[in-house]
Write a protein that binds this ligand. Structure first.
Ligand code: 1GP
Length: 243
């Protein structure tokens, strides 16, 4: 079970690195390179997802699965990105927003399909925080992010998500965000919840990772920075594991 494994690792003081792969940004050949890089770098989790569907998610997920033992989790931008060809799904409820489809509507549409798929379901409170520029997730979800300095609202949102029974909280500044989530906001949320905390969006450097993890992130997600410079992956994973 992926979730139990995550809990166990966190309990043992380990910080996890999740690589985000948007299949729309890859050919079959480059996707294979990404997977090999993830294997060599000892990435803990691979997340697959994006905003659009220019490539076939089923095919991309199968290609990843066939070439790695790293758990593959769907990170779906829409129900159309759900495929049985992964190990699990971050079943996102966009609790920072007030769009009913992303809070429960899409989940109702997809529930029977997900059950049949055999995917491990990881119910995740998805909390969008302003990251210094407007992002795809903000536009596509038709929701407003929590202002970056409103730590109290982010904390209350994460606490509400935990009280509703969600199993993970994902603080998201949006892919390619100018600013990653601040130390204060991450540490405030971390102090007030007892479920694993995922943080992503705009994390680019060793220093960003250090700040994010020291503030309280259990799992760091990086996509854009690795797409731009795949060579830094190994070092970023090492840093994460050393903290
Ligand atoms: C986006 O949190 C992830 O959903 C990763 O963001 O692409 O900015 O690393 P980046």
């Amino acid at each position: 079970m992926i979730y139990n494994d995550i809990l166990k690792k966190i309990k043992n003081g380990k910080k996890l690195f999740a690589l985000l792969v948007d299949p729309d940004n890859h050919s079959e050949k480059s996707l294979l390179k990404v997977v090999n890089n993830a294997n060599d770098s000892h990435v803990d989790l691979i997340l697959i997802g994006g905003s659009l569907l220019n490539n076939h998610i089923d095919h991309s997920a199968t290609l990843i699965k066939n070439n790695t033992k790293i758990p593959l989790l769907l990170f779906p931008g829409s129900p159309l990105q759900i495929t049985p060809n992964a190990d699990g799904i971050l079943l996102l409820s966009l609790i920072s927003g007030r769009n009913p489809d992303l809070l429960i509507g899409n989940h109702v549409i997809a529930s029977a399909y997900i059950k049949r798929s055999g995917l491990e379901v990881l119910p995740t409170g998805y909390v969008l925080v302003e990251g210094g520029k407007s992002t795809s997730v903000e536009y596509m979800s038709n929701t407003r992010p929590i202002p970056a300095e409103k730590t109290d609202i982010a904390i209350a949102t994460a606490m509400a998500g935990e009280m509703l029974g969600l199993k993970l909280i994902y603080l998201e500044a949006g892919s390619g965000a100018k600013n990653h989530i601040t130390f204060d906001l991450i540490s405030g949320v971390k102090k007030n919840i007892n479920i694993p905390l995922i943080v992503g969006g705009g994390i680019k450097t060793e220093n960003d990772i250090e700040q994010t993890v020291k503030a309280g992130a259990d799992i760091v997600v990086i996509g854009t920075a690795i797409e731009q410079n795949p060579k830094i992956l190994k070092k970023l994973v090492q840093i994460t594991h050393s903290l």
